[in-house]
Design a protein. Structure first.
Length: 134
């Protein structure tokens, strides 16, 4: 053991129980705000943001699809600046504004490709909409 290091470390269940008590949306917004501050572009540079949705690997259950998130990613740093959950019976388009509200867009260039689902066709996208926000 190194000098000055604690003799114990909290176990996995202590971390899990602590994290379960947190407000997930508040933590996500705080982390996104911190990430935006840490990755602010240099003077004269523009932030490039991509907005895309992904289903989280391993989140599916026997009774339903996996958890789907729509996230805004800083291209230069590979950091998620903001994200929002997408309901299983909807599409990404209604959540697009929610994600962009969590990200500082002044001076940024943003690209997005969001899927629009038709009805309940096993979550198969029938149309992709590509948007450019400057």
């Amino acid at each position: 053991m190194r000098s000055g290091s604690p003799a114990w470390c909290p176990c996995e269940s202590a971390f899990r129980r602590t994290l379960q008590q947190l407000d997930a949306d508040a933590l996500d917004q705080a982390a996104g705000g911190w990430a935006q501050q840490c990755t602010a572009p240099a003077a004269g540079r523009r932030r490039v943001i991509a907005v895309d949705g992904k289903t989280l690997r391993g989140s599916a259950t026997a009774g339903g699809p996996g958890r789907h998130l729509l996230a805004a990613l800083d291209h230069d740093h590979g950091v998620v600046l903001g994200q929002a959950g997408v309901a299983a019976k909807t599409n990404e388009i209604p959540m697009f504004a929610t994600v962009l509200d969590r990200v500082e867009l002044a001076g940024a260039v943003s690209w997005a490709q969001v899927a629009r689902l038709e009805g309940d066709r096993d979550g198969v996208p029938v149309e992709y909409v590509t948007l450019k926000v400057t």
